[in-house]
Structures are given as C-alpha cells and as structure tokens.
Write a protein that binds this ligand. Structure first.
Ligand code: CP
Ligand code: NVA
Length: 304
C-alpha cells in the first residue's frame, strides 16, 4: 500500500507543492469542468469537533464538484476519545472512506487520525489552519499577482492558529509578513523556532506595537477569542489597539483588507473595513473551496 499524503499543517507541503497547489487552484477555479472526475469513487469523512460554516460547506460542495462523496460526522455523535478512541475511529473510517478532513481541539488528534493509512487534512486545530492559508495566498495572488515575495502583508491581533499558518505559508513562499500582537498574545515560540529552522531566510517578523508598522499592501486580522476559548474582557482590552480600522488603513496605505471569518464587527475589525472597497474577505471565503479542491486533487492524484 502506498503511503498516504497528509496535510496536518503547511509543513507537510514543501514550498514547491504549495506553489503548485495555488496554480492548480487557479486552474480549477477557471475551468472546474476539467476536474469533475478527480475524486471519482472516493468517499471522504468530515469529522468536526467545533462549529463551522465556511470549512464544512466549502469541503462538502468542493468534494461533490470533484466527483467524490462527503460524509459529515458531528464529533458529538462519534465521541472521539469518549465513545471510542481516536485511533479506533480512524481505523474504522479507513474501512469505508479514503480520507479524513478533521476540525479538532488538539493537533494531537490529527496525528492519531493519521495512523490509519488514509489521508488526513487539518480543517483547523489549536495550532494551525492550513486550508485557510492556502485560500489566503490564492487571494493575495489574484489581487496582487503571482509573486508574493514582492508584497508586504501585516497580520494584527491574536497570534492564533490562523496567524501561525499564515506565518508558515508566508515563510514558505518568501512573502514578507509582519505579525503585530501584544506580547502576551503572540504566536507560540515553537512556531517561530520552526520557522527559523525550516526557512533560513524567511521574512516573517514580530512586532508588539501597531505604531511601528510601516507601509503595507494588505492588512489581515482574525477573531480575538477563538472557538473553545473563554471570552475575556481583559484580552479584548489588550487587543483593542490592534483593531483593523480606517485610521490604520490610511496610515498603512494597504489596499487589501483580509479576515478569515467569522468576524466580530466592532472588535477586531470595523464595519467600515469589513464592507469597504478594499475588503477581499468574501473572496477569501470563496477561495476556500478552490484551494481545498486543489489540495484534495493533489493528495489523491498528485499534479497530473
Ligand atoms: N474561516 C473558517 O474556517 O470559517 P468556519 O469556522 O466557518 O469554517
Ligand atoms: N481562530 C479562529 C479561526 C476560526 C476560523 C478559531 O480558532 O476559532
């Protein structure tokens, strides 16, 4: 049996694979009819421990468009680690399905799922959100052109899963990215260490003061309180200066405003920026499906 390819994080895809996935996503978006047999005869389990709008729908519709079949599994029903072990669930799913797309609380659950001999795709965990980053990079290419190394992007807010995957994607493609967070809510030391070890000349830098941000092409933010996290007035207060608003937009000169959604209007981003002329937020959401179709095509067929 050939070893299955996984996407537990962007570290599973090297720089060339990420680039090729983005190219393929563009082709699939432009000509979806050419890929209607990509997943013929394939069934894919979608196992979700947390809520979702975009990820669930874009995977279900995308798999259907590729000729495959998606089976949605609410983790409350399946009970990973409660009703039965994660590894037993994976072994059973491997009897009937060809891949597992999973949204989980702990990254370790994905690792356990990946022991059953079928592909596993991370649909968000505590550390990463690789599918989001693929869609974000695709969106940036559409807006600014293929070569992301000439761009300047800034992520402001909580140094969470979305931020950390964006850091990995930026480093892989040599895209300059400034990550601007309060010290207490920055990305993990582990991610920065991985970046430094894996991408020797990456251009990801950390800042703690939005006033230090120079001119950028794109501004990105995400919710201040992630799914499963306790709501915290204190954290929101710390993050207030990192809000995407008109003043920051003008000071930075950015012409693209990004958010992975769901957004908390008035917290991490104002209505004005969400709905303004520079918002590419819905395009990011649309591109989730094209990017994920490309990823699934690659996992099963390579780039043929
Ligand atoms: N951006 C994103 O992953 O959205 P959902 O949580 O709705 O899937
Ligand atoms: N950081 C957010 C992303 C949601 C898509 C969360 O984990 O809830």
């Amino acid at each position: 049996m050939t070893k299955p390819k996984h996407c537990l994080s962007l570290l599973d895809l090297d720089a060339s694979t990420i680039q090729q996935c983005l190219q393929l996503a563009q082709q699939i978006k432009a000509n979806p009819e050419a890929y209607v047999h990509s997943l013929e005869g394939k069934s894919i389990a979608l196992l979700f421990e947390k809520p979702s709008l975009r990820t669930r729908v874009s995977f279900e519709v995308g798999i259907h468009q590729l000729g495959g079949h998606a089976v949605y599994l609410d983790a409350n029903m399946v009970g990973p680690g409660q009703r039965e072990s994660v590894q037993d669930i994976a072994a059973n799913l491997a009897c009937w399905t060809h891949a597992i797309v999973a949204r989980v609380f702990q990254h370790d659950t994905l690792q356990q799922l990946s022991t059953a001999g079928i592909s596993v795709v991370n649909a968000l965990c505590d550390i990463h959100h690789p599918c989001q980053t693929l869609a974000d990079l695709l969106t940036l290419q559409e807006v600014f052109g293929e070569d992301l190394s000439v761009l300047k992007v800034a992520y402001l807010g909580d140094g969470n899963n979305v931020c950390q995957s964006l850091m990995l994607g930026a480093a892989a493609l040599n895209m300059p990215l400034q990550v601007v967070t309060p010290k207490t809510y920055g990305p993990s030391k582990q991610i920065m260490q991985t970046l430094d070890e894996t991408f020797k000349n990456h251009q990801v830098t950390l800042l703690n003061d939005p006033a230090q941000l120079g001119p950028v092409d794109a501004l990105y933010t995400d919710t201040w309180i992630s799914m499963g996290e306790q709501d915290s007035a204190e954290k929101k207060q710390y993050l207030q200066p990192f809000q995407l608003n008109q003043q920051l937009l003008e000071a930075s000169g950015a012409t693209a405003v990004m958010h992975c959604l769901p957004a908390h209007r008035g917290d991490e981003i104002t209505d004005e920026l969400m709905d303004g002329e520079h918002s590419v937020i819905l395009r990011q959401a649309e591109n989730r499906m094209h990017a994920q179709k490309a990823l699934l095509h690659y996992l099963f067929n390579g780039f043929v």
